[in-house]
Design a protein around this ligand. Structure first.
Ligand code: TUI
Length: 312
């Protein structure tokens, strides 16, 4: 399963593990990279020192390439941007904004930069300012999302840029990966299916919620505040949506979600916490290792891609 993207990143398979806040820490990232994919550390809102420690822990566990995802709304983004350059991290992905102001620093450090985009316009801007690839993330994804679906976004981004496009949002098996290739992607990024792997450190209650989720179990909160977030439905989403309907203030809504992701991931509060997951959660059924998951994804994809000339 070699594509332009696996060559660019010097990895075995063009499968990237999403840089999920609180979830994408060093155990998971190292396991994914060791299995031949690209593991990511999710810097989310964490301070720069935490990110540096995480990078060191991954380096102890694997010699293979790995990356860091920088969430651009973070108050620590400027400092984390410097840490990844100092630590010579090979790949940086970014989310929830435009990384233009860091581009020169990262390119000078030899980092491959892969912004996550939710629109054609941002994809074109990223290509112009030197991005090596883009992740086109559809709104089937968990967490902070844009407007377009993966099915509509990926081919439009693929037509608009020359750099490799990585599809994300709604992918959890070989059928999804083959479909992404058909839409013009050269790789995939997946989150939800990695949350339940053996190496993932998230609370068991969180894993169980994903494993038991049905097709229609996610909700999007925060459309009214301009920060739409997809999570599994629970008491928190119910309260949030009632408040949103009543026209609650930004502060009131923020208060409800403050620390809610940590409460779900670390403490296992899946009732009132924020259980971020994509719409594909209903397809995620097994607890397996990252290695077994990646090998299964590769063989399922190979079977679907038989006869496709560029892939064979
Ligand atoms: O970033 C994500 N997913 C996330 S981040 C997160 S943690 C968080 N914390 C506080 C507030 C909000 C989130 C949980 N999940 N995915 C990548 C992604 N980026 N999805 C959509 C976008 C995006 C959206 C608009 C990227 C750029 C953009 O526009 C920027 C511009 O300047 O045009």
């Amino acid at each position: 399963m070699q594509t332009e993207l696996s060559s660019l990143l010097e990895i075995q398979y063009p499968i990237i593990q999403g840089g999920m806040a609180w979830v994408a820490e060093y155990h998971l990232a190292a396991a994914v990279s060791e299995a031949g994919g690209l593991g990511l550390i999710g810097a989310a809102n964490a301070p720069a020192d935490w990110v540096r420690e995480q990078i060191c822990e991954v380096k102890k566990r694997t010699d293979r390439p790995f990356g860091v995802n920088i969430m651009l709304l973070s108050p620590h983004a400027d400092e984390v941007a410097k840490v990844v350059a100092e630590e010579e991290v090979r790949v940086v992905t970014t989310g929830a904004g435009s990384p233009e102001k860091y581009m020169e620093l990262w390119k000078n450090a030899g980092i491959k930069v892969i912004p996550v985009v939710a629109s054609v316009a941002l994809a074109k801007r990223m290509e112009r300012c030197g991005a090596d690839a883009v992740v086109a993330e559809g709104c089937e994804a968990g967490g902070h999302i844009g407007e377009s679906t993966t099915m509509t976004l990926v081919p439009q981004v693929a037509d608009a840029v020359q750099i490799p496009v990585i599809a994300a949002g709604g992918i959890a098996d070989g059928r999804g990966i083959a479909a992404a290739f058909m839409l013009g992607a050269k790789g995939v990024q997946m989150g939800t299916c990695f949350v339940v792997t053996n190496e993932s450190q998230v609370h068991d209650n969180y894993k169980e919620r994903i494993l038991k989720a049905k097709d229609i179990d996610t909700r999007v909160t925060g459309r009214s505040t301009g920060h739409p977030i997809r999570t599994l439905r629970n008491e928190m989403t119910k309260k949030y949506m009632e408040l949103e309907e009543k026209g609650a203030s930004f502060e009131e809504l923020e208060y409800l979600t403050l620390g809610a992701l940590r409460n779900a991931v670390v403490d296992g509060d899946v009732k009132n916490g924020s259980v971020m997951a994509g719409q594909i959660a209903g397809l995620v059924r097994e607890r397996i290792s990252c290695k077994d998951l990646i090998h299964r994804l590769v063989s399922e994809t190979d079977a679907r891609m038989k006869g496709v000339e560029w892939y064979d």
